[in-house]
Design a protein around this ligand. Structure first.
Ligand code: KIV
Ligand code: ZN
Length: 401
């Protein structure tokens, strides 16, 4: 994958910053370092390692990640450049200094600074006029640029901001030295067509936008974070901010694995690529789940335990004949072990007989029919029929013939 190609989408992972802001998801420095290593192996382009002004511990974790992951060759990908290591800062000198202290030990450091642009945030939270906000953003972006060559600016709550005002602010921060403009739908409010139009409008009406990377950062309050991110990418954004398993504030952020696999599975329609090694997705998902103590729901897309499991007889019969009947991705493509034909009350004889043969208890004819009838009775009583139950059924049947 060529990062300078116009169809390349940079994957900016913020599991260690926005993801860690999920209630109760905080990680120790050692856990953060392990996750950062896994993210580098996965092939993310940017790791947002933390918010260094938030606490001395967060600063120390970002510094360690900058030195150990942001400098070293990537395990399993020795030719690859280390990822960009990014630290978040509010638009204050103190925060920007802390972010710089955090990331400056990386080969490719980035400072990410943000200030809200919606009238709601300006009036009630920041108590600033639009003019004061623009002046502050320009002052702090140029200060950050005096420290670091790679500066990202986010107009917080862009999804609810006046687009005309956004164009003015964005043009002003580009002139002040911003190199990436990240457009957050901070509260997950927009619809995919609206968010796509917002990105298209920014590209069209902000003259300097052609010289910078436009990024999307969507939250999942209405369950639309991935759809909105994909809409923004299709409208011209070339960086997606996301988290493993979609962890993050409130309902979470756009899920990395879903964005990556949507782009890959529907490359025919979308025509965009990432540099992610998708075979690392399940492994990284499990690590983040363990480190944050956030379980992955079984029905979670791509990485859930049931993402490649089939229970109904009709589906199992189709799967036995050709896996493409009910799977649009291969489990091995995302690092999942294998397709599972789960035996329950909806299962058919084909899957039942196949599983018995795999367990070393092949049955045919009447014996198979009788064992299958017993299995259906058992499946009505139990939620899941285990291999041990099947072996008992098959053994009983063999004993009677
Ligand atoms: O959701 C948001 O607006 C953020 C910004 C700091 C980018 O996380
Ligand atoms: Zn966010």
């Amino acid at each position: 994958m060529n990062p300078s190609s116009s169809s390349y989408v940079r994957i900016f992972d913020t599991s260690l910053r926005d993801g860690e802001q999920a209630p109760g998801a905080s990680m120790t420095s050692a856990e953060k370092l392990e996750v950062a290593r896994a993210l580098a192996r996965l092939g993310v382009d940017v790791i947002e390692a933390g918010f260094p002004a938030a606490s001395p511990d967060d600063l120390a974790a970002v510094q360690t990640i900058a030195a150990e992951v942001g400098q070293a060759p990537v395990a399993g990908r020795p030719q690859a450049e280390p990822p960009i290591i990014c630290g978040l800062a509010r638009c204050t000198k103190n925060d920007i200094d802390a972010a710089w202290q955090g990331v400056k030990g990386a080969k490719h450091p980035r400072i990410h600074t943000f200030l809200a642009t919606s009238d709601l945030h300006l009036k009630h939270k920041l108590r600033m006029t639009r003019e004061e906000m623009t002046a502050k953003a320009v002052e702090m972006v140029s200060y950050a640029r005096s420290l670091c060559a790679d500066i990202e600016f986010s107009p917080e709550d862009a999804g609810r901001s006046d687009p005309e005002f956004l164009y003015t602010v964005l043009e002003a921060v580009i002139k002040a030295g911003a190199t990436t403009l990240n457009i957050p739908d901070t509260v997950g409010y927009t619809m995919p067509d609206e968010f796509g139009a917002l990105i298209a409008g920014i590209i069209k009406h902000t003259p300097g936008a052609k010289d910078v990377i436009i990024s999307v950062h969507c939250h999942d309050d209405l369950g639309l974070a991935v759809a909105n991110s994909v809409a923004g990418l299709r409208a011209g954004a070339r960086q997606a901010e996301c988290t493993i398993n979609g962890i993050g504030e409130r309902a979470g952020n756009a899920s990395l694995e879903e964005i990556v696999m949507a782009l890959r599975t529907r490359a025919d329609k979308i025509g965009l690529q990432t540099g992610i090694d998708a075979t690392q997705l399940c492994r990284t998902s499990k690590l983040v789940s363990r480190s944050t103590s956030y379980p992955v729901p079984p029905n979670k897309s791509i990485v859930g335990a049931n993402a490649f499991a089939h229970e109904s007889g009709i589906h199992q019969d189709g799967m036995i004949k050709n896996a493409q009947t009910y799977e649009i991705m291969r489990p091995e493509d995302v690092g999942a072990t294998q397709t599972m034909l789960v035996l329950g009350k909806h299962s058919g004889r084909a899957a039942f007989s196949k599983r018995l043969a795999e367990l070393g208890y092949p049955l045919e004819g009447d014996a198979l029919l009788k064992a299958f009838n017993e299995f259906k009775k058992l499946a009505d009583r139990k939620k899941a029929v285990l291999d041990a139950d099947l072996i008992t059924l098959a053994s009983d049947e063999r004993a009677t013939v």
